[in-house]
Write a new protein. Structure first.
Length: 105
């Protein structure tokens, strides 16, 4: 996956032109093993395989519709928060985080 910085938006190139003309190596191409190229005044950045997989996962999640949200329950919670009737049980939240930590570790 290549990202053309001209499309992403203005700013200065990440890699100085002097480094490109002299075959300089930046952190991004040292990781991916690729050499940056200059295209019509912009800089092309080659992403690592891990970054490509992450971008694909983000796109997939964003394209999925979330059907698990109950609009009536959401409206009820918004009303409770706005009126001050919604209270957070700090011990319950902490217990959930500890359970998550146990699953990850």
């Amino acid at each position: 996956m290549n990202i053309n910085t001209k499309i992403v938006g203005g700013g200065r190139p990440i890699i100085p032109a002097s480094a490109l003309s002299k075959g300089g190596v930046s952190a991004s191409n040292a990781v991916s093993g690729s050499t940056p190229t200059r295209e019509s005044g912009g800089v092309t950045v080659d992403l690592t395989d891990a970054a490509k997989r992450l971008a694909a996962s983000v796109s997939q999640v964003q394209s999925q519709q979330d059907t698990s949200v109950d609009p009536a329950r959401l409206a009820e919670l918004k009303d409770a928060i706005a009126s001050g009737r919604y209270h957070v049980d700090a011990k319950r939240v902490a217990a959930k985080f500890m359970g998550l930590e146990a699953q990850l570790g």
